[in-house]
Design a protein around this ligand. Structure first.
Ligand SMILES: *Cc1c(COP(=O)(O)O)cnc(C)c1O
Length: 433
């Protein structure tokens, strides 16, 4: 049986859809894959060299009990992350429960009563609004701590450094930048744009803290935000840097004074980084980091195929095929509720896990509209694995990300298109081309 046969017979793909996607794939491979492979290769060597530099050995995969004093693996993992991000120090732990937790820890450690934080990349990611206190009234949010919050919208998909500089007051302690798209419809901020802004701000205010929410951005480029002047970089291990292998956790990499404060907040003043059991997660965390550059490249290729196929059918996509990518997300604007639901069903149906269940829109805590989410992942909620989500509101945008292997993303693309053949406008276009 050929690959075409297995796709058509086992997964119900029609020859028409198979041929259509295969044609677009040829074009995309030619134009875009080489650049992705170059970044992948560079980052792979960067990660291996960090592991060698710190003499990683098998004993670091053992684990202790109790307080977790002298947890050799934990210390190694943190040193290796610091090397990869070129920072003085890092926190990498299963006790950091998620990306939002890592971001909250960072903000709540660095900001005191009456300090001000400014989001200079516009409205932050949904869960951050609850953290800040812009939405809801959760105990222990930053507002309750007495932190002042301001926001500078992007202009032309770029940081408005001039307005940011003007907004800074004597109380401003920290600027936050979100690299990824979130639930907006714009390309993620490239590191060159972030660098530009950071340089201008540093000229005027050399000492202000700059934090980058790096979720979905790791290993997209050969450098990270910490290489271009961010003091602290934050992300989730069930996204890019966990390579699909990390079981849970978050990371924070940055200057030593910053990491010390965050460690004291995470555990307790006086013990800081010295305690915190890893429960044997170090091997997965580091093997995940080892996998990450490759996995990110696969996810990027998958995103391009999704983008290529649906833009060819006339749907607006962001980033476009030509845009420089700064996260792994492919957003597709459908302007049609049923299409968004259909693509999420198709992605679910293409999964290795939970392929037999169907996602439905629901009221997720922390989100204003109903959201539909497709995820058939080995690690629950992992969005470096092929997944899609869409808030149920016009203009009905599906956000697709991940795919540990390009082949899997390609199956997702084919099944998506197959399911969408039920819409006459799509069917007619395909038969025309
Ligand atoms: C995913 C994400 C977060 C939050 O991460 P969780 O691990 O889901 O809590 C924050 N910011 C951005 C831009 C993200 O993509």
């Amino acid at each position: 049986m050929s690959t075409e046969d297995i796709l058509c017979k086992q997964f119900g793909i029609s020859r028409t859809v198979f041929n259509y996607v295969t044609n677009i794939e040829k074009d995309i491979k030619e134009k875009y894959f080489e650049k992705i492979d170059k970044v992948r290769e560079y980052n792979q060597y960067k990660v291996i060299s960090a592991m060698q530099e710190h003499k990683l050995d098998y004993t670091h995969f053992y684990w202790n009990t109790g307080y977790g004093y002298d947890d050799a693996g934990r210390e190694k993992a943190e040193k290796i992350f610091a090397s990869v991000f070129h920072t003085e120090d890092a926190l990498v732990r299963p006790s950091i429960a998620s990306g939002t937790h890592a971001l909250y820890l960072t903000l709540s450690s660095l900001l005191k009563h009456e300090d001000e934080v400014i989001a200079i990349s516009g409205r932050p990611y949904d869960t951050m609004l609850t953290v800040i206190g812009e939405e809801g009234n959760e105990p222990c949010n930053l507002k309750e701590m007495g932190v002042i919050y301001k926001e500078i919208p992007l202009i032309d998909n770029d940081i408005d450094s001039e307005s940011a500089i003007k907004a800074i007051t004597a109380k401003t302690k920290l600027l936050m930048i979100q690299r990824s798209t979130g639930y907006s419809f714009r390309p993620a901020l490239s590191l060159s744009k972030i660098k530009n802004a950071v340089e201008k701000i540093r000229e005027a205010y050399p000492d202000i803290y700059i934090m980058v929410d790096n979720c979905y951005g790791e290993f997209i480029e050969e450098i990270e935000p910490s290489d271009i002047g961010a003091d602290v970089v934050v992300g989730s291990l069930i996204k890019n840097p966990g390579g699909g292998i990390a079981l849970s956790g978050g990371y924070v990499a940055g200057k030593k004074v910053i990491i010390d404060r965050i460690a004291n907040r995470l555990t307790a003043p006086g013990v800081g980084k010295e305690i915190g059991l890893t429960y044997g997660t170090t091997r997965n965390t580091l093997q995940g980091l080892f996998f990450a550059p490759h996995i990110v490249s696969e996810a990027l290729k998958g995103a391009l195929l999704f983008g290529g196929v649906f833009s060819s059918l006339g749907f607006e996509i962001t980033p476009t095929l030509e845009d420089d990518r700064s996260d792994i997300i492919q957003a597709i604007k459908f302007n049609n509720k049923d299409m968004v639901i259909r693509i999420c069903e198709a992605i679910q149906a293409s999964s290795p896990v939970d392929a037999h269940v169907s996602p439905v829109p629901w009221d997720m805590p922390g989100y204003t509209n109903e959201v539909i989410m497709a995820s058939g992942a080995f690690v629950s909620g992992s969005s470096i694995e092929l997944s899609a989500d869409a808030p149920m509101r016009p203009p009905y945008i599906a956000y697709i990300q991940g795919g540990l292997f390009y082949d899997h993303a390609k199956l997702g693309v084919m099944l998506s298109l197959e399911k969408m053949m039920e819409f006459d406008e799509i069917k007619n276009k395909i038969n025309l081309i």
